[in-house]
Design a protein around this ligand. Structure first.
Ligand code: NAG
Ligand code: NAG
Ligand code: NAG
Ligand code: NAG
Length: 957
């Protein structure tokens, strides 16, 4: 009651103006505040003192005038208040200062704020206000501080504010979405402005030169806007301490640069000068040296400045940050820099600086970041960098530095980043690294050698040492780097196993160990479970224990019985589906049973080895459909476990009339569920090139007309049939019998192809299904091995599906015995198949022939015979018939060899004995390839060289 009487008395006593206010307003300041409180959320209960039954002048954050209990200032700073500003606040007519900074307030500034004509300070920074700045704020003629920074105000900032608020001292609109231009006479209207902060908005237009008429300006921050036009001049700003114009579209030339720096001559307090991220061009004048000796930050980075770094920099003894990076500066790094004892950041990366890095680091006791990457610095890394005890960030990558990395660098205990990538550094790293703070160590693309150090750095996140000459094994201790996210040791000479300890690295995102000489099993857990993050290619001696590993990494299953032995240095083989060995065996069997029987239907279309110029790089489903006559039965040449093979006649794009005949292997998606890596694997196959392999020309991976996945391989079409047909012609009269030399040549062709797959491909490829049906013969009787590597495209589903219906039928034939006894597919398995094939070529009996009784396979059958018996079972056509023996050497002229009969003495006996010797030798090679234990078998390379010896002696006959 007392206060109402008080107010009434006041109203009565005071002048007209105040009478009007009192009469037109039912609300007292107290009611306004209580109403404001009622719509606020006050999570900390900071406004608990705001109660009906207490004097509002005693409330938290409220200050009243001495007379009349009118609210003069309202300061609710950092209370996590949320809610909006009610228009009634505009009735606090005596309010001089309103500070709601650092809350969660939202909504717009009510236009009634234009009534707060006593307001000197309006601070709403760091809230969530939105909407446009009300033009009514232009009425606040007493306003000296307007702080609206870090909100979400939008729209054009009303220029009337610049014209009307001549008392403004502090204007901060930083970090909103405000736009608009600064008026030409901007500086003339705001004579008392000391802080102008418009950064991080969308202000545009030219920065008016009149700005320097606001002669009290101390801080100008226009960074991160869209100002364009020439870099402005700032004469007269004696008190300027900070000039921040970065990240606009300002332009300059050499002469404008001169004017600009001259305009700052009188700004003797200047501490921060940033014009980075504009379109400044030309050279910097040496008058840069006239800038204030108080300069602490000098930043011209990310422009198009050229010329050399200006002289006189030693004047700036207070400089902490020298940022000239990302320009076109040339010349050498000024030695003067070395005098700047307070320097904390030296950024000159991405320029065209050259010469040796001067030995200037001895005084840089505060240097924190040294970034000089992407220049053309040569010579050695100065050891004096070791004096920069506070160095955290050392980046000298992508230069031409040579020599060793000074060991002093590895003693910088505060280093967080060591980036030396892309130089020609050599020598080795210290055996132990203990840099407590190190997070990034990137030394890739150098010539570093020696072992990978023992690294004891808890926080290391990225370790990249790729493309060096590191050798030795990967230390187990890398698994202790618990924070490691990226490990790249690719393309070195690392040997030994992949440490299982790497499984422990929980945060690992990228692991690249490719192109080393690593051996043994791929660990299965941790990062190795998500193999899209792992690259192990180009390690010939690693193998996987799971399907997933095999598929994704293109490595083979490890041999059973050697699990967990790190030194099971198995040759890499092609991925075969199925963890169990039985499945592998079934797989190979399946290949046999589902092989191309249809090749016999070959119509002997003469195959012209048309060059494939003009064939589109990517053959589409449509192209294939057209070429195979809509996959017609007449074009079908074979059907296998994984799909069908069609003959396709493709138009060569350059001319409608020109065609080429190719074989198209269409994968049955239901059966083979071709792996996602189809394309990648096809890429591998496309790169597999050997005259004795059917060439894979391209792959097609798309969708068919029904929208189903369609995957096909396009290969050379070999029209002359296969070895099976030649060995077992249906009609002896029409079938051309193979001569001894032809057989040897075919054996050599096949052996060459297999030798290439096993020993020259990276990773090696295992065929898994070598048999006469897969040896195609062209019109020159040159053999081409087909279907190599196609088992890659098998899926587990496919093999399981078939395994249930597959009848074994005792036709083990070409499959190595270990496949049925717990071994896994390997090159040695291929060698076995080759041995059987070689024996078959001379015995001319299929391994499924009745002659091989139960329990007796061709291998046992042959190996149990002595030499004489052996010749008894050899294809008698080769030995007995003279007419055949003349025939033997008659058809080899295409090979350019002296295949003519050279038994010049006319003695058939002589020839027959020699021929028998050769045949026996060839069969002994076969026997050496079919040894029961894989390790006892020859390699393809050994077999090949022996076959060549035999051929030489046949040619010598
Ligand atoms: C003031 O209050 C009276 C009665 O309580 C009401 O009739 C009048 O409309 C109010 N005036 C204003 C301006 O709110
Ligand atoms: C604002 O509110 C959000 C939740 O909406 C909260 O996480 C945040 O801490 C608040 N900020 C302040 C300054 O109170
Ligand atoms: C700012 O406001 C606009 C709408 O005016 C909105 O789309 C945007 O998300 C807001 N931004 C933030 C950071 O709140
Ligand atoms: C500028 O500041 C001075 C000193 O504080 C003051 O006297 C003068 O009135 C101010 N000018 C304006 C236009 O507010």
């Amino acid at each position: 009651m007392i206060h109402i009487q008080h107010i009434l008395l006041l109203c009565f006593l005071l002048d007209n103006f105040h009478l009007i206010i009192c009469n037109n307003n039912n609300n007292t300041d107290r009611d306004i505040l209580l109403s404001f409180k009622s719509q606020l959320t006050d999570p900390n209960n900071a406004l608990s003192s705001w109660r009906q039954d207490s004097n509002h002048c005693t409330w938290y954050g409220v200050n009243c005038s001495k007379l009349g209990e009118r609210v003069q200032s309202l300061t609710l700073l950092g209370l996590s208040l949320s809610g909006t500003l009610p228009p009634q606040l505009g009735q606090l007519h005596n309010l001089q200062s309103l500070d709601f900074s650092v809350n969660n307030l939202t909504g717009e500034i009510p236009s009634t704020f234009g009534n707060l004509i006593s307001l000197e300070n309006l601070s709403l920074k760091r809230n969530k206000f939105i909407g446009e700045i009300p033009i009514e704020l232009g009425n606040l003629h007493n306003l000296s501080r307007l702080q609206l920074s870090v909100n979400n105000f939008t729209g054009k900032f009303p220029t009337s504010i610049f014209f009307n608020l001549s008392s403004l001292v502090f204007l901060s609109l930083t970090q909103n979405n405000l736009s608009g231009e600064l008026p030409q006479n901007f500086g003339n209207t705001l004579p008392n402005l000391t802080i102008l902060a418009l950064a991080i908005n969308r202000f545009e237009g030219v920065i008016p030169n009149s700005i320097s008429n606001s002669s009290h300006l101390q801080i100008i921050d226009l960074a991160n806007n869209r100002f364009h036009g020439p870099i402005p001049l700032f004469n007269n700003l004696k008190n300027l301490t900070q000039l921040r114009l970065g990240n606009n579209f300002l332009t300059s030339t050499t002469s404008l640069n001169l004017k600009f720096f001259d305009s700052l001559r009188n700004s003797s307090q200047l501490q921060i000068l940033k014009v980075n991220g504009n379109n400044l061009t030309g050279e910097l004048p040496n008058s840069v040296a006239y800038l204030s000796g108080n300069l602490q930050q000098f930043c011209v980075s990310n422009n198009q400045l050229n010329g050399s770094i200006p002289k006189g920099i030693n004047k700036f003894q207070n400089l902490t940050s020298f940022a000239f990076e990302q320009n076109y500066f040339t010349g050498e790094l000024p030695i003067e820099l070395g005098t700047l004892k307070k320097l904390e950041q030296l950024w000159i990366y991405q320029n065209r600086l050259f010469g040796e890095i001067p030995d200037i680091f001895g005084n840089f006791t505060n240097l924190y970041e040294l970034e000089i990457r992407n220049n053309q610095f040569s010579g050695r890394i100065p050891a004096s960098i070791g004096q920069c005890k506070k160095l955290s960030y050392l980046d000298m990558g992508m230069n031409k530095l040579v020599g060793v990395i000074p060991t002093e660098i590895f003693q910088l205990s505060g280093l967080t980043t060591l980036y030396l990538r892309g130089n020609s550094l050599n020598g080795s790293l210290p055996p132990e690294l203990k840099m407590d703070q190190l997070e990034f160590m990137i030394v890739s693309d150098n010539k570093l050698s020696g072992n990978i150090p023992k690294i004891e750095v808890n926080g290391l996140k990225v370790l990249q040492m790729a493309r060096n000459k590191f050798s030795g094994s990967i230390p187990n201790s890398l698994g202790d780097l618990a924070s490691l996210e990226t490990l790249d040791l690719s393309s070195n000479n690392l040997t030994g196993p992949i440490p299982e300890s790497l499984e422990e690295l929980k945060y690992m995102v990228t692991l690249n160990l490719s192109f080393n000489k690593l051996e043994g099993e791929v660990p299965m857990n941790g990062v190795f479970m998500n193999l899209s993050q792992v690259d192990l290619q180009g390690n010939k001696k690693i193998c996987g224990l799971s399907n997933q590993v095999m598929h994704k990494l293109g490595v083979t299953l490890c041999v059973a019985g050697k699990k967990n032995k790190r030194n099971s240095l198995l040759p890499i083989i092609l991925p075969i589906i199925g963890a169990t060995v039985l499945l592998v065996s079934i797989l190979c069997l399946m290949w046999m049973l589902y092989s191309f029987k249809m090749e016999k239907k070959d119509d002997k279309t003469s195959f012209s080895s048309t060059p494939l110029k003009g064939l589109p790089q990517n053959i589409s489903y449509g192209d294939i459909k057209l070429a195979t006559n809509n996959f017609s039965a007449t074009n079908l040449v074979g059907r296998g476990g994984f799909g069908s093979v069609y003959k396709g006649v493709f138009n060569i794009s350059t001319s409608e009339s020109q065609t080429t005949t190719l074989a198209v292997k269409v994968f049955d998606q239901k059966q083979s569920k071709a792996s996602q890596s189809f394309s990648a694997e096809c890429e591998t196959l496309k790169n597999v090139r050997h005259r004795n392999l059917v060439k894979v020309i391209t792959s097609c991976s798309s969708t068919d007309h029904k929208g189903d996945d369609f995957k096909a391989l396009v290969m050379h079409f070999i029209p002359n049939g296969n070895l099976e047909m030649s060995l077992y012609p249906e009609d002896l009269e029409s079938g051309s019998l193979l001569t001894l030399l032809q057989r040897l040549n075919i054996a050599i062709d096949v052996a060459s192809a297999m030798d290439y797959l096993h020993h020259d491909c990276d990773p090696p490829i295992v065929h898994c299904d070598l048999k006469p049906l897969n040896v195609l013969l062209d019109e020159d009787m040159v053999a081409h091995v087909a279907d190599f590597g196609l088992a890659r495209f098998l899926s587990q589903n496919a093999s399981e599906k078939h395994s249930s219906t597959l009848e074994l039928n005792g036709s083990i034939g070409y499959i190595a015995p270990e496949y049925g006894l717990g071994g896994k597919a390997s090159t040695r398995g291929d060698v076995y198949s080759f041995g059987i094939l070689l024996l078959e070529m001379f015995i001319a009996k299929k391994p499924t022939d009745e002659i091989f009784k139960e329990g007796l396979n061709m291998n046992n059958f042959v190996s149990e015979m002595d030499a004489k018996q052996l010749l008894n079972i050899v294809d008698q056509r080769l030995i007995n018939h003279y007419e055949y023996s003349t025939h033997i050497f008659s058809s080899d002229s295409h090979r350019g060899e002296s295949g003519d009969i050279s038994y010049s003495d006319g003695s058939n006996t002589y020839w027959t004995d020699k021929a028998k010797e050769c045949i026996a030798s060839a069969m002994r090679i076969g026997l050496s390839c079919v040894a029961y234990h894989p390790k006892d078998r020859w390699t393809m390379r050994e077999a090949l060289s022996k076959l060549h010896v035999i051929k030489q002696s046949v040619l010598g006959l």
